[in-house]
Design a protein around this ligand. Sequence first.
Ligand SMILES: [Zn+2]
Length: 418
Amino acid sequence: MCVPVNPLRVISDLKELRALTGDTKGAQRLAWSAVWLEAREWFQGKLKGLPAEHHYDAAGSSWTTLRGESERALLLGSHLDSVPNGGWLDGCLGVLAGLEVLRSAAEDFHGSPPVTIRLVDWADEEGARFGRSLFGSSAFAGSHTIEADRGRTDRDGVRLEDALRSCEIDVERIGDAGAERKNAAAYLELHIEQGPVLEARGLPLGVVLGTKGVERHAITFHGQEAHSGSTPMAVRRDALAAAAKLALEIRPIARKHSDAVATMGSVKTFPGIVTAVVGRCETTLDMRDLDAGVLAEMLAEARAASERFAKEEGCSVEWSRIWSIEPIPFDSRLIGFCEEAVRETAGVAHRLPSGPLHDAAEVARAGIPTVMMFTQSLGGLSHNKAEDTKVEDLTLAVEAFERLARKTMRWVGDGVAS
Ligand SMILES: [Zn+2]
């Protein structure tokens, strides 16, 4: 007989953390700050009495290990850090639900489960201070490049390297965090959805298929600056007109695919005055989908459309890639377990991709079978104080996550994952 998890304990832990590390504007657990360190100390206090070991890795991620009969390890994790004025659930729900699973397994198996269970609180998931997200998980995965990051500064001019040092992290040794990959057989992460899909369907929980790939580009249209009074309409080379056509065209391009999104988030016009035809228009485009083929097709269509519109308006167009990442699909076997766990807990299991990136994406990239579970976000809101989830949904989330962990433990124990 399995010792049940206590979702109310998770909710009470979350409230305790909110009271300790938040103010009237929201959560203030900015990575590498005093409040964040306080949150981590509080977390360590929660481990008292558990038969678990704790250490920080070379990149500052926090590891709590409950040794099992086998060294093969089930990893559970998320992040305690928040954006400034953040919500009370983003990241810490996953860490504290993971802690509850660990507590229940410790009790159930009298301190020694069949496989090792490790709970990780990744360092600096948000990247809110230095603009480098997924810090701890990418160091773990081996995809971290120090050279590109060490010179980064925060708003006050503090260098990342110095902020790390104040938290006893040596920037030269971040890569040593890769040692934590040893014996890792699976990774599970519970997170709030941070979007409106589950709420719109009236569902408490969702099965995450993977994180969407991203194509992010700067697109500049070049026309001819001209006087707004003296230049007849027929001879204008209006760069904004071409950009505006593209802004409308990306909608049907994305709508052909059920989960694809495309956003033109920035438009700058030059000279940008009321009496001149726009000679240059700088825009950005962000496209996302879980399928690499779909993403490539959308990108090709957007490019072709931009060239067509440029020609129609007597302009030229130039593209440059700002950033891109490939889609990261999660493990099909674990997606199946997650679906079972969600169905057994909530009746219906809806599969959806994640638009935002998560630490889970880095773990999956490292070749460790990974899956995420989402719980509904009220109003789809996150990264602000209004972020919330119904208590009944949080309760179901903790129960379903426990079920997923038990199924995965059995799988890891059977040695199927290798
Ligand atoms: Zn998060």
